[in-house]
Design a protein around this ligand. Structure first.
Ligand code: ADP
Ligand code: MG
Length: 752
């Protein structure tokens, strides 16, 4: 590294071991390290409150909304009661001391303490206590607090006569309003404190509390850590960014994130820290993308070609605006001389196949070959059938290569790929085998990328003969919310088909229970009598395959019983069948020879049977939201009115019920994905589990801070467009930040 002044990031206090912070010491230091990952004083000030006690928002018990998520009340403890397993009172006291536990309840208030009872405090057998009830009064009314855990601590702390601040969720039990395990804080006293109106509340654990690091102690530690280190804290963002984005300085932000003087200061502090977090993340992702586009050459594909035009003009329909836009985006990438790395998102039925075919034809026009890889054999077959149809007006040769391709045919295909006579190859993982050699692979299209491992992809990309990597187009029907896609695939280009082909009918979605089975069977018969076909899907969860096949088989037997031959014909498809069996059954259904297809989720992606108008999903509560959405997308493709019927079990959790209700309420995959993310948190989103989040976010939330994220990304792009390698003096702070360990991870989101 040159002499360029490396910004001096840390000096003594920020770097010192947390044990040297006054009030910590070796024991607490060990706790802070294990529970919060805090090793140095500088780490502590980066542990942010997850909420604030706001002096201005204390509610009166009398006005307390019972459905509130949380309320904060400030009230005096009137009485505390320790209860045994049978609900009997073991001990009770009020401000005057202990009350006689002589069974004369409910007249507690009138009972007088005795000396014997006072002594008894020390002899209470806490292991016999099952519950602590605390009656509090704030002048407007009284409320009961209940503790099942931490009884000893709460009993000692909540001395009758004293006032505390309680924070919790009101609940109704046996017709009484109470609050279970509220958080306890010291009361807000008028005119007290540091000038901060709000006090931070930090995530805590039992270990921390038992080790003496209570909320109050945490506030104290934070205050002394800030006093010690704030003068040393160096700005991480260049001046010009603070000015252009109107951000407060880092020291200001740290001060006010912990001890805000008012809501406005807090907001400024939060915005600064969230922006910084998301901006640096996007900057590191986009920088990798810039580096790659500099270094990685791509095969230039300037030509569109006759085959493209022949195919295009023979289409029985007009492309949608979204399809046209996406093809333009892809065209621009292919002409650029850099390698394309594009994620194509489009809801089920949005017409991604057509885009794939036209893209492949561009590759062929430029003297290259294209491969289209599908995750399952059934899908590869279906793709092959569709693509062959689209290619009929062209002179391009296409073949299908899967695990069950026969040897002779396989040999011919290998030959065709090697000599270049085969322009387009459709297949499964069989395409990656070492024996498969291309003359010139210029484009790899991967359908449903999350089913392909990184290794498998790498092997495919290595197949290009002349050292230039093929262009990559990954297609997915999993609608990843834009905010998440930007974070996960920050260095990929993203295209979205956000418009459905015209004529798609809305699918009527219904949620029923087992009790409506007879009505459901009748409905299915009616639909079949109208000439329609029906999918019936059973859940399959990998951990318990056997059990699930039992479900499926029992379900199938019941279906055979309810829909006897003749006139009904059923086909069954599941993962334990051979490819041939699967194909035989799928074909029977696709050709209309069977009216009902009973299956596991193998039909989840891609399968196209326009005449099928009913999708019945058994044990619907066991599917994820986006899986349900994908399944529903299998119907509504023809001209008939379509239905999706969700059959739920008797015991459905609140969460699952919410999911099912949501599915009934909208057909927009992106709305569903956003809602799903809000409900479950981004880490859980289907299709992203394996990738996980590239970096753990400390303060920003992908579900809530989407606007800041897009702003941060746009701005990161702007900064890099002027200085792609962050070489200018004004960007040295940023360059130094990105050298930090957390940004040095392998290029996790790179898909090529
Ligand atoms: P996806 O792969 O995105 O789920 P497909 O490519 O299988 O969707 O297309 C779904 C159906 O819509 C197919 O039957 C296809 O022929 C049809 N389709 C595609 N594009 C259009 C369009 N622009 N107008 C009308 N129908 C279209
Ligand atoms: Mg498809």
């Amino acid at each position: 590294m040159a002499q360029a002044a490396e910004p001096e990031m840390y000096t003594r206090e920020l770097e010192s071991d947390i044990q040297y912070l006054p009030g910590v010491g070796p024991k607490r230091a060990a706790l802070l390290r294990s529970e919060l990952g805090v090793a140095r004083i500088g780490d502590l000030i980066r542990v942010y409150p997850f909420r604030y006690i706001d002096r201005s928002s204390v509610q009166r018990i009398a006005d307390m909304p019972l459905d509130a998520a949380y309320v904060q009340i400030q009230a005096r403890v009137v009485r505390t009661l320790l209860m045994g397993a049978g609900g009997q009172i073991i001990y009770a006291r009020d401000e005057n001391g202990a009350l006689r536990g002589d069974g004369s309840v409910p007249g507690y208030a009138s009972a007088r303490p005795t000396e014997a009872d006072e002594k008894a405090v020390g002899s209470i057998k806490f292991n016999q206590v099952k519950r602590l009830c605390v009656i509090v009064d704030d002048g407007s009314g009284t409320l009961e607090m209940v503790f099942f855990k931490g009884i000893r601590y709460a009993f000692d702390r909540l001395q009758p006569g004293q006032t505390f601040l309680f924070f919790g969720k009101p609940s109704v039990f046996n017709g009484h309003v109470n609050m279970v395990h509220p958080e306890i804080d010291n009361p807000i006293l008028p005119g007290s404190g540091t000038g901060a109106v709000m006090t931070g509340v930090y995530n805590s654990t039992d270990k921390l509390r038992n080790g003496g690091i209570t909320g109050k102690v945490m506030n104290k530690l934070m205050l002394s850590a800030l006093n010690l280190t704030l003068p040393e804290v160096k700005e991480t963002l260049p001046d010009y960014i603070l000015k252009e984005k109107g951000l407060v300085s880092l020291p200001y932000a740290l001060q006010h994130i912990h001890f805000p003087t008012d809501a406005y200061a807090l907001q400024k502090a939060q915005y600064r820290l969230k922006f910084e977090e998301l901006f640096l993340l996007q900057l590191s992702l986009l920088k990798q993308k810039y580096i790659r586009s500099r270094h990685e050459r791509g095969i230039p594909m300037p030509l569109v070609g006759k085959d493209f035009n022949d195919c295009y003009h023979a289409l029985p329909y007009e492309l949608t605006g979204a399809q046209k836009r996406v093809i333009k985006e892809i065209r621009a990438d292919l002409m650029s001389g850099h390698q394309m790395n594009r994620l194509l998102q489009g809801d089920v039925g949005s017409g991604k196949t057509m885009v794939a075919v036209l893209t492949a034809l561009i590759a062929v026009a430029n003297g290259c070959q294209a491969c289209i890889m599908a995750p399952t054999e059934v899908l590869a077959q279906q793709h092959f059938a569709n693509i062959s149809k689209y290619l009929r007006p062209t002179s391009v040769q296409v073949a299908l290569l899967t695990g069950s391709t026969r040897t002779a045919e396989r040999r011919a295909i290998h030959q065709g790929l090697e000599d270049g006579s085969l322009g387009i190859i459709v297949g499964t993982h069989a395409l990656i085998e070492d024996t498969v050699v291309f003359r010139r692979l210029g484009l790899a299209i991967v359908d449903e990328q999350h089913r392909f491992g990184v290794d498998q992809r790498a092997r495919l990309w290595a197949k290009n003969a002349d050292g230039i990597p093929p262009h990559v187009l990954v297609m997915t029907a999993t609608p990843i919310p834009r905010t998440l896609a930007m974070t996960l695939y920050g260095d990929l280009s993203i295209s979205v088909i956000d418009e459905m082909p015209p004529g798609r009918k809305p699918v009527e979605t219904m949620l029923i229970t087992e009790r409506r089975r007879v009505a459901l069977n009748r409905f299915m018969r009616d639909q079949i009598a109208l000439g329609r076909q029906v999918f019936v899907v059973y859940p399959l969860i990998f951990e318990s395959e056997k059990l699930d096949y039992k479900n499926l088989e029992q379900g199938y037997e019941r279906m055979v019983h309810d829909f006897p031959f003749p006139p009904y014909k059923l086909a069954i498809v599941h993962g334990q069948q051979s490819a041939e069996e699967k194909k035989f059954n799928m074909d029977a259904f696709a050709a209309g020879r069977a009216q009902i297809l009973v299956s596991t989720t193998v039909i989840e992606v891609g399968v196209d049977v326009p005449n099928a108008s009913v999708m019945v999903i058994e044990s619907a509560e066991r599917f994820g939201l986006s899986q349900l959405h994908q399944l529903r997308g299998r119907v509504g493709r023809g001209s008939d009115k379509s239905y999706c019927i969700l059959v739920k079990g008797d015991k459905v959790s609140k969460e699952s019920q919410k999911r099912l209700d949501l599915l009934c309420s909208t057909e927009d995959g992106f709305v569903l994905a956003e809602e799903d993310m809000k409900m479950r948190g981004p880490g859980d989103l289907e299709g992203t589990q394996q990738s996980g989040l590239p970096i753990s976010l400390n303060i920003a939330s992908l579900a809530k801070d989407g606007r800041i994220l897009s702003d941060a990304r746009e701005y990161a792009d702007h900064v890099l467009s002027r200085d792609p390698m962050l070489e200018s003096p004004e960007n040295q702070l940023l360059a130094a930040e990105l050298r930090k360990e957390k940004y040095q991870k392998e290029d996790y989101s790179k898909i090529s």
